[in-house]
Design a protein around this ligand. Structure first.
Ligand SMILES: [Zn+2]
Length: 276
């Protein structure tokens, strides 16, 4: 599932290709991505408008239109956004296509159909997309004092807390595991049990892991599912220290063996030697 670094990589790719382009037509080929509203609603809300910017909040990509409306895209499990020339044939599972005035098309491809494409009025955000309105702060915007307040006022397992989008936006299973390894904190520790030093390390780790992952273009796992708008893979998977490495020797200490535990119904990976 794409997380903040993957969505940010897509945002940057689209920014260079789509800003200033008019959407001359929108084709909806499957009802699932527009289930929150309707195909008609997306077409009405997009055709004729010019793309004036690309934003991101957490794992949500937002296309800003000169009409004052916006289009939210969430990739969920298997969504992809590809920018291609109009003459190219669309791959299977292309459920939405935005046709631009310069001969490009933006494809929303989603085999498992959990993703969404929704045109909305930003003034109505809280009623149309309440979970977007209710997101916690961006990981790179959070101060140490704010993180400390979040950690100390809750006693949930730290990994579950990091995955909660209303607490911090954009982190998922991969980056949650890598951040906790960097911070040397076990994923099952209670958030209010961290030492002041561990809190500081966690704050640094959140910023560092996310920045490094964005610089590497995100993580493309063995399923090859995540790609950027040109279809290229990310490379941060080569820098993973714990995620997906259960049973293997720890790359950091060389002594521990990576363990896998289930927290908040998700697999967590950690080194019992490095992480306490
Ligand atoms: Zn280790």
């Amino acid at each position: 599932m794409p997380e903040l670094p993957e969505v940010e990589t897509i945002r940057r790719g689209l920014e260079g290709r789509a800003v200033g382009r008019q959407i001359v037509d929108t084709e909806v080929c499957h009802p699932r991505p527009v289930r929150r509203t309707s195909a008609h609603h997306l077409i009405e809300g997009s055709v004729g408008a010019t793309i004036s910017g690309l934003k991101r909040r957490g794992k949500y990509l937002i296309i800003v239109l000169d009409s004052g409306h916006e289009i939210m895209i969430h990739l969920r499990m298997s969504g992809q956004i590809i920018a291609a020339a109009r003459r190219e044939s669309r791959p299977r599972h292309t459920h939405v296509a935005f046709i631009l005035d310069d001969g490009q098309e933006l494809w929303f491809i989603d085999p498992r159909t959990f993703g969404e494409v929704v045109a909305f009025d930003p003034l109505q955000l809280e009623t149309t997309i309440p979970e977007l309105a209710g997101l916690g702060p961006e990981p790179d915007q959070i101060s140490l004092a704010e993180l400390r307040r979040i950690l100390r006022t809750r006693r949930r397992q730290i990994k579950a807390l990091l995955l909660d989008q209303t607490v911090i936006a954009g982190l998922g299973n991969i980056y949650g595991d890598e951040i906790l390894h960097w911070a040397r904190v076990r994923p099952d520790r209670r958030s209010n049990s961290l030492s002041p030093l561990s809190e500081r390390r966690l704050h640094t780790a959140i910023g560092a892991v996310i920045a490094n992952a964005i610089a590497a273009g995100g993580s493309t796992l063995g399923d090859g599912q995540y790609v950027d708008v040109s279809g290229a893979s990310g490379s941060f998977q080569h820098a993973h220290r714990v995620y997906g490495r259960a049973g293997q020797r720890c790359l950091t200490c060389g002594r521990g063996w990576i363990r896998r535990v289930v927290i908040a119904q998700r697999s967590s990976h950690f080194c019992p030697v490095c992480q306490r």
